[in-house]
Write a protein that binds this ligand. Sequence first.
Ligand SMILES: *Cc1c(COP(=O)(O)O)cnc(C)c1O
Length: 376
Amino acid sequence: MCLLHLTITLGEPWPDLLPSAQVLLRAQEELLDYSGIGISVLEMSHRSADFTKILHGAETLLRELLHVPDGYRVMFLQGGGSGQFSAVPMNLIGLKPGRSADYIVTGTWSAKAAKEAEKYGNVNVIHPRLDSYTKVPDPSSWTLSPSASYVYYCCNETVHGVEFNFTPDTKDVVLVSDMSSNFLSRPVDVSKFGLIFAGAQKNVGCAGVTVVIVREDLLGNALRECPVILDYQVQAGNNSLYNTPPCFSIYIMGLVLEWIKTEGGIKVMEQLNLEKSSMIYDIINASNGFYSCPVEPPCRSRMNVPFRVGRRDGDKVLEKRFLDGASKLGMMSLKGHRSVGGVRASLYNAVTVEDARALARYMERFLKEHQPAGGV
Ligand SMILES: *Cc1c(COP(=O)(O)O)cnc(C)c1O
């Protein structure tokens, strides 16, 4: 939902409330008195009947929206996406003797996950960074090991803007995916996965809760040294209530899920995300090199569009002018990640088509005003 720092908002009145405002207003209305019970969700016991309803409600909605099959457990945990970088190997790398896992590395986040997993076993990195992350390597070039306990990939690399547009076929090897930044942005066939996780704060809520969907038969394989709060069997066995869960974040996620359902579900989100991202990529493609996105077209993310302004490696002066101008129009957080620079448009579910159109218009105007006479 990118509730605070990632929403593109505009300094003009809107005919309809923005998605984030719909959720925030509902939370505001219910803040002091949740559903007539006289107290706030912030004050409830996590074992109360009222919170149990909130927790079940969120899980039920998530299962419905994503068509989670029977035989999968849904957990709401703490520790963020980064916590799962540790939890995944600690729970799954011991599935087979030899403690090994294959990691397909396509950007910052999968690289971090692979590095963390190296503490717990043998990690075979597919596509280590040679110069930069600009694509998903062709699956025919992957050297997957049949004896790996699992294959791991990041479905959408938030910093580099590289997104998988297919689900890897790993034969009988368990497939694990970090979907933190494109969760519920497009349909996913959960049955192809052993485990999916997603921190809520990018696309389905606010910071504090991480969704973990895991196939039941994979539970119970944690390494001895796995901390109990990261042990999937313990957490699943206690319905995410082994210890106090992030109650308010789960409640907010429930409201976001309700909003997605009201809008028509994940297929509708996908159409909107396609429309929004195409608008931006079309302008980049037609700009004669004034704007450039380093990512190869089939792997370009619908969620995060990184681009440079003025030159392929970015004209610092023009990029600053671009960001300052955007900021004056109320478009926030367009600055590229500090590790790569440039500009990045994050087009999460809560960003509307109108928001994306406003950015597209601004890009066109900026191009007209700054394009060198003879092209770039
Ligand atoms: C943001 C992000 C993470 C890290 O999430 P934290 O909750 O900050 O630990 C992991 N993976 C991806 C793809 C992300 O975008």
